[in-house]
Design a protein around this ligand. Structure first.
Ligand code: SF4
Length: 481
């Protein structure tokens, strides 16, 4: 059945969706449920062929229940956020990325027989304005930058492939905040997100973010004041709090990015820590398992199997429909079952460092290609990316998704076979050195993960990129059985 969208050009589709959204947002001011039901009706009318009818029905039931925890969450933030931020995010993340982008990406995957991601992460700079323990960015980072033209070119190429979501990491991305705002302006139809240490967020920048409407933030935080500032320097914790208050006042979208380690896993998931984030207006908290990437990394900071088991239970408890907290939590190492395991290598995302090297993942510093002399499609078809495409999922047990952390034999094999080189600009690390730090961890975690995985109720059917025209890796067969 043809939907409203089929008969209109892209520009006209976006404009029509925008007008309908404006009307719905007016309703939201008076009655959130009514306004949201309007948005849902519009979405179904426009995008009904992209998502299942049952999905729309399930969302309708949620919206109609004012007692629902997530409805209360949405209600609170809809009244806090600036209208231009709400509208632009709905248009860019919803209409462009999720609806139109997904359709194009699916088509491109079939056409090109390689991974096409939904999201690209890039480092505008390796420079940083802080001097954290063990980090070299302040000293050497200014030597490595992506130019505005290079980032613009990546996004322009990406849009052709259906990619409408871009994130900035670093270094400290906001060292380049003028260029980031220029990108937001030029690519007004794309959604941007920046990880940040928060120290460069000021009043003027917040005003600009409201004006463009398509930039949100993850603020790095590692615990309460003493533990956080112990690594990041005196005053950092208070700076994060200051930035949150400012962004809250201007109605921006933000949350935290938390690296959990053996030293802080319990604290950063405590009721007190989450209550503080909620009070400060955070919408989400992304949890990242500590990765021993880099010659100087300390493997002893990796969480114990007991701590990882605790994290699985605790993160799900926090975001459960009943109880928990009104903040959306995600643990990228333990939520693999919802996304089919590892999302790197262009399956859902990949990373471009400040030197232009295209890496399968922000934690995997190996590459065959650089965007300075290769197109995005050439990157996605490069040997290491194609190895990811061929071998994913790296394990049928999605509590062991990573080719480095839980299946180090896979990364050794892929890097060696693809001839990828280290992209570490300061101290190149061999794949053997990196994976050797994960061998004991992987062996200790495997039996615990297997036990938990066997009890998981909502396992999604697995998938494969297997193409009979291509060779399947032998290790895959071993892990599968
Ligand atoms: S390579 Fe590892 S850390 Fe990166 S996305 Fe895949 S599973 Fe996660």
């Amino acid at each position: 059945m043809a939907t409203t969208m089929d008969t209109l050009s892209h520009k006209a589709q976006r404009a029509a969706f925008g007008v309908a959204l404006d009307m719905a947002l007016k309703h939201i001011e008076k009655d959130t449920s009514k306004g949201l039901l309007d948005v849902l009706d519009i979405s179904q009318k426009f995008m009904g062929d992209t998502f299942k009818k049952e999905t729309f029905e399930a969302i309708r039931a949620y919206i109609s229940n004012p007692e629902n925890k997530w409805m209360q969450f949405v209600d609170r933030h809809l009244h806090r956020l600036h209208p231009n931020v709400i509208k632009t995010t709905a248009l860019n993340l919803g209409f462009e990325a999720a609806f139109r982008g997904t359709k194009t990406i699916r088509k491109m995957r079939q056409e090109h027989h390689c991974n096409i991601p939904w999201l690209i992460l890039m480092d505008p700079t390796a420079a940083c304005n802080m001097r954290c323990t063990g980090c070299w960015a302040a000293e050497y980072g200014h030597n490595h930058n992506l130019t505005f033209e290079q980032m613009d070119d990546i996004i322009t190429q990406g849009k052709e492939l259906g990619i409408y979501f871009y994130m900035f990491t670093g270094g400290e991305p906001l060292v380049r905040k003028k260029d980031i705002l220029r990108l937001c302006e030029k690519h007004y139809d794309v959604e941007f997100h920046s990880f940040t240490n928060s120290t460069l967020i000021d009043e003027e920048f917040c005003k600009e973010c409201v004006r463009v409407g398509n930039l949100s933030f993850s603020l790095s935080l590692e615990g309460f004041e003493e533990a956080n500032d112990g690594r990041r320097g005196a005053g950092h914790f208070n700076n994060v709090m200051r930035a949150m208050d400012l962004m809250n006042r201007y109605g921006l979208i933000y949350g935290t990015s938390v690296c959990y380690t053996r030293a802080n896993a319990e604290v950063v998931t405590s009721d007190e820590f989450l209550d503080l984030e909620i009070e400060k207006g955070c919408m989400f908290s992304w949890y990242f398992h500590f990765m021993p990437t880099g010659n100087g990394a300390s493997p002893e900071l990796m969480p114990t199997p007991e701590q990882r088991k605790y994290m699985i239970k605790r993160i799900r408890e926090i975001r459960a429909n009943e109880g928990g907290k009104q903040i959306y939590t995600m643990d990228f190492q333990n939520d693999g079952e919802f996304v089919g395991g590892c999302i790197a290598g262009g399956r859902n995302y990949f990373h471009i460092n400040s030197n232009g090297d295209a890496e399968p993942c922000v934690f995997i510093h190996y590459s065959n290609v650089n965007i300075k002399d290769h197109t995005l499609l050439e990157v996605l078809k490069s040997p290491l990316f194609m190895a990811y495409h061929r071998e994913q999922p790296f394990n049928r047990d999605h509590l062991r998704p990573c080719p480095m952390l839980e299946n180090p034999q896979m990364l050794r094999k892929m890097v060696e076979e693809s001839g990828a080189h280290s992209t570490d600009m300061e101290s190149p690390e061999s794949v053997d050195h990196l994976c050797a730090k994960c061998d004991d961890y992987a062996a200790a975690w495997a039996p615990v993960a297997k036990e938990i995985w066997a009890e998981q109720k909502h396992k999604k059917p697995s998938y494969t990129n297997y193409d009979p025209a291509q060779e399947r890796g032998v290790f895959q067969e071993k892990i599968d059985t």
